[in-house]
Ligand binder design. Structure first.
Ligand code: SF4
Length: 303
């Protein structure tokens, strides 16, 4: 009797399939993925792969993004109901109203958004490249969708532009308070604090380093410090422990778990490969429109 890991490996080979997982996926999923990264790295990797089938272990906007960049490949999302609270904050109606209110502004949309919202935007960004993308725009006024915390952080880094934020937030990162950080610092007084820009601004201001998950992983690798307080989703701990076994990591709060990211089980991944489900499909016209800001991000602003 083959173990689930062996069955997954056999199916990947037989179907020329590649599994891409986000840093926030469970340890088991990360262990069975061919690539683990943040949303920007996943999108770039997927675009450059030769595979026939791409299985995205992440949430729905990630699978949609990959499908838009790889329209000729079969893209599977093992749990199609795995959405993103933050992406759902930006509705089409609210974005249309903002476009009417700020006709001169550039619209920058975080990849954590629906294809419909992307289609109305000028350029996409991720937390890894948001600052460089906003700096590179010719417009002085920039509307950032949908994460208000990311918009505030970008504003603190790009003082020469007026950033208009949106009132969306990630329910996982936004839960973290100053008190959580203070408690963790009390317990681990020499630890360096690293945070994701989806946290509240007052929490970001307490961090020694703010960056995307991929940037956090690189920062820790280059740092001479041995202890770190982690202020992003707990799934990243797995990669950090694998990459840097000599260092210690303390999650700032046990509440830093994204339930959507944790939906996919090993059995879901196996069934997805076996039955080639659930295939991501996007209306051709919508896909064409949403690809424009996505490709502009990837072509103009590779980081
Ligand atoms: S961690 Fe937040 S932004 Fe990321 S998928 Fe979960 S809800 Fe969305």
């Amino acid at each position: 009797m083959l173990k689930p890991e062996q069955k997954i490996a056999e199916l990947k080979q037989a179907k020329k399939a590649v599994v891409l997982a986000h840093f926030y996926q469970s340890k088991e999923i990360q262990a069975n993925a061919d690539f683990v990264g943040d949303s920007l790295e996943m999108a770039k990797k997927a675009r450059d792969l030769e595979a026939d089938v791409l299985v995205i272990c992440g949430v729905s906007f990630m699978a949609e993004t990959v499908k838009m960049l790889c329209p000729n490949k079969k893209v599977l999302l093992p749990r199609p109901e795995a959405g993103c609270f933050l992406a759902d904050c930006a509705t089409l109606e609210k974005v249309i109203l903002l476009k009417e209110k700020y006709p001169q502004a550039a619209f920058v949309c975080y990849v954590n958004s629906s294809a419909e919202v992307k289609a109305l935007s000028d350029i996409c960004c991720t937390s890894a490249n948001a600052v460089s993308i906003v700096k590179g725009l010719k417009e002085k006024q920039v509307v950032m969708l949908p994460d208000g915390n990311l918009a505030l952080w970008v504003q603190s880094q790009v003082l020469q532009k007026e950033i208009i934020g949106f009132n969306g937030y990630c329910d996982c990162h936004n839960n973290i308070t100053k008190e959580d950080v203070l408690k963790a610092k009390d317990k681990h007084s020499v630890a360096v604090v690293v945070a994701h820009p989806e946290v509240r601004q007052e929490v970001a201001q307490m961090a020694d380093f703010v960056g995307s998950t991929a940037k956090i992983v690189n920062f820790i690798g280059e740092s001479s410090a041995k202890e770190f307080i982690i202020v992003t989703e707990e799934g990243i701990l797995n990669q950090l422990q694998l990459k840097y076994p000599g260092k210690s990591f303390y999650l700032v709060s046990p509440s830093l778990v994204c339930t959507s990211m944790k939906m996919i089980t090993l059995n879901d991944l196996y069934i997805a490969l076996l039955k080639e489900q659930y295939e991501v499909e996007i209306n051709a016209d919508l896909s064409r429109k949403a690809q424009i800001p996505l490709k502009r991000m990837l072509e103009d602003h590779l980081v």
